[in-house]
Write a protein that binds this ligand. Structure first.
Ligand SMILES: Nc1nc2c(ncn2[C@@H]2O[C@H](COP(=O)(O)OP(=O)(O)O)[C@@H](O)[C@H]2O)c(=O)[nH]1
Ligand SMILES: [Mg+2]
Length: 193
């Protein structure tokens, strides 16, 4: 089964996108460990989405089914630990970032979230690591930048500045919170399955 990997800086909104996009594709419960208890999505949102950076250290995976032709195709949707601009002092966070980089090498499809509402200089603001990750990830089968948090007023300016950081990349504006842009993301994913 093909893997669709969600990557980006800490606080870009990867985990909220992972949960809400999985729900949009029909998922109702999340299993964080094979054979473990299932977690309803609203509880998963409360427990996993956080405005403190580096709250996601494991790769979290769900199988989702995407309409394709007359039927549906399955893909694994994977949430990852954020890739920060600095080398983090905490070894657990450094190891989590290394796991994300290894996963990028193996995934067929990459959705790169950027927080276009972030103020320049803040932890999630698009920056050098996004440029490097894009250079590394765009050679995978499918690669798209998802400009997130479009529900916030600051996002409009951020979106227009995004070309300075990531020139030439395909960009889909979304709001992980509201689900805006999800039909375009689904169409993009479907093309690569
Ligand atoms: N307004 C708004 N906030 C968002 C959106 N996506 C994520 N957030 C918030 O950004 C913070 C980080 O989200 P999270 O999914 O944990 O980011 P991650 O570190 O990339 O996994 C949380 O406070 C979320 O509620 C969005 O589309 N709009
Ligand atoms: Mg997260």
């Amino acid at each position: 089964m093909r893997e669709c990997l969600i990557i980006g800086k800490p606080n870009a909104g990867k985990t909220l996108f992972f949960l809400n996009f999985a729900q949009y594709l029909g998922l109702r419960h999340l299993w964080l460990a094979a054979g473990g208890p299932s977690l309803p999505l609203d509880r998963a949102r409360r427990e996993l989405v956080d405005d403190r950076p580096h709250r996601t250290l494991d790769l979290n995976r769900v199988v989702v089914r995407v309409p394709a032709g007359k039927g549906r195709k399955s893909t694994v949707l994977t949430d990852t630990a954020g890739l920060g601009d600095d080398i983090n002092a905490d070894p657990a966070i450094r190891q989590a970032m290394a796991r994300t980089l290894r996963a990028i090498r193996e995934a067929e499809l990459i959705l790169h979230l950027v927080d276009v509402a972030a103020l320049p200089g803040s932890v999630s603001a698009p920056g050098p690591v996004d440029r490097e990750v894009a250079a590394f990830a765009r050679h995978r089968g499918g690669y798209a930048v998802l400009a997130n948090k479009m529900d916030l007023p600051e996002a409009r300016d951020g979106l227009s500045r995004l070309g300075e950081v990531l020139p030439g990349e395909p960009v889909i504006p979304i709001s992980a919170r509201l689900g805006t842009g999800f039909p375009r993301v689904r169409a993009f994913v479907r093309r690569w399955l």
